[in-house]
Design a protein. Structure first.
Length: 451
């Protein structure tokens, strides 16, 4: 790997907003009135990497969301408009949901609930929802990745529904009861996800935290720091039947597994092969989203986007999560053979088999997002977790410390953030973008990136 040049620069201080964020973990009492400073800024090639000190504070406040009400048909005045850009593309397309709320309909919470559902299936199909902030001028811009799976609402049977070719609609509602929508944003799904083979999909760190691997959709693997390179799919002439979606390290850091969306597993280094879904002639109901190793490395779990879990080797099945919170993004090992599964819904992270919520977030509406959740990581103790958005926004829950985020330091990534990994002591984390850019926070070291 070619040596990368580094530029170290100073950062201006930023001020946290709102002390109420302390209730969501990672923020000490009174943090809303404190300031944090970026320790240093590193540039590796064209990739911008900012490393924050361990004392970094929460940079976004949680806002209480009132009970959202559905727009009332025929109500006046019209609530606003919704448009989607681009208007079509395959599953996995990142779109901007652009909206405007009429002045008379501005909610006191300054938030809007944005929903996605298939046209014509409002009674039986799934519905995906998330909350976003409304600007003072009434506008909002939500960065959203079209998911592989949508969870069903309680009134629709709590099933998970695959997002397939067809027409889908975005709508929004607020806590202003007298307002109605004047338009619906339409997105045409043209087919299944087709990430480029060179798009990065995940990151895994070594047990000592002194290096990491990056994985690509085509099965390519890049190693940085003290990690060894143990092979890749292109290196052995293998083209995966479905895109690779995740990577997991063996406990000793001398090997790794790749997993495809179809549940295919590929073992390298000292990683053992203990089976795969195609090998069992099983076609999962929803695409596989991640893989995690057992503590001794003699087995692994796969998690599907619908919350289904598959155990191989000495991994034991401890239960699955409700499809209502689909799509699920990742799975992480915990002590005692337990595991945590993380949804793309804010704060929806559970310990199995106890079904204990790792996060302290009461409802998804507790705070608005600027971009949909794209990854999650659990602390080594299993008592805390982080979620990361497409824009690099980081949310800390439980005992997980907040060590900074890209929006908090004014950085807009060149490509969407697709993954997050914890350091061994849980005092830092890495983010990785679809272009292979790496961003290190807390005690996470920067050991290089592709861009």
């Amino acid at each position: 790997m070619k040596s990368l040049g580094k530029l170290v620069a100073a950062m201006r201080p930023f001020e946290t907003i709102g002390a109420s964020a302390a209730s969501h973990g990672g923020c000490p009492p009174g943090c809303g009135a404190q300031r944090w400073h970026a320790a240093r800024l590193r540039r590796a090639g064209a990739g911008l990497v900012r490393v924050l000190g361990a004392g970094a504070l929460v940079a976004a406040a949680a806002l209480a969301l009132g009970a959202a009400r559905s727009p009332t048909a025929g109500a006046s005045p019209a609530g606003g408009t919704v448009t989607v850009s681009p208007g079509s593309g395959p599953v996995g397309t990142v779109v901007h949901v652009l909206g405007h709320v009429a002045p008379a309909c501005m909610p006191s919470s300054r938030t809007a609930e944005v929903t996605l559902e298939r046209v014509g299936q409002t009674r039986v199909g799934g519905v995906e929802s998330m909350w976003t902030r409304i600007e003072p001028d009434g506008s909002f811009d939500l960065e959203y990745r079209v998911p592989t799976t949508i969870g069903g609402a309680a009134t629709r049977g709590l099933f998970a529904y695959a997002v397939r070719e067809g027409t889908y609609q975005f709508q929004f509602s607020t806590d202003a009861a007298t307002c109605a929508l004047s338009s619906t944003g339409i997105f045409r799904v043209t087919g299944p996800a087709r990430p480029g083979a060179n798009s990065f999909v995940g990151i895994a760190s070594t047990p000592d935290g002194e290096g990491y691997w990056l994985a690509q959709a085509g099965g390519g693997v890049y190693s940085f720091g003290d990690v060894g390179f143990y092979g890749s799919l292109p290196g052995i002439g293998v083209r995966p039947a479905q895109p690779v979606v995740g990577i997991a390290s063996t406990p000793d850091g001398k090997g790794y597994w790749l997993v495809g969306a179809d549940g295919g597993v590929f073992a390298f280094g000292d990683a053992g092969f203990y089976g795969s879904l195609p090998g069992l002639h099983i076609s999962p109901n929803a695409p596989v989203a991640g893989i995690a190793s057992t503590p001794d490395g003699k087995g692994y779990w796969l998690v599907g986007a619908d919350g289904g879990v598959f155990a191989f080797g000495d991994a034991t099945y401890q239960g699955r999560q409700t499809p209502a919170f689909a799509p699920y993004e990742s799975i992480a090992p915990l002590a005692g053979g337990h595991y945590a599964v993380a949804s793309a819904n804010p704060g929806a992270i559970w310990d199995e088999p106890s079904n204990t919520k790792v996060s302290t977030l009461a409802t998804q509406g507790d705070f608005p997002l600027a971009a949909s959740i794209s990854g999650a990581a659990v602390t080594p103790t299993g008592k805390g977790a982080w979620q990361v958005g497409l824009d690099g926004g980081v949310f800390a829950f439980g005992t997980a410390p907040f060590e900074g985020s890209l929006p908090g330091i004014g950085v807009i990534p060149n490509t969407p953030i697709v993954g997050i990994a914890s350091t061994p002591d849980g005092q830092g984390y890495w983010l990785v973008g679809a272009d292979g850019g790496v961003f290190a926070f807390g005690d996470a070291g920067f050991y290089g990136s592709v861009v």
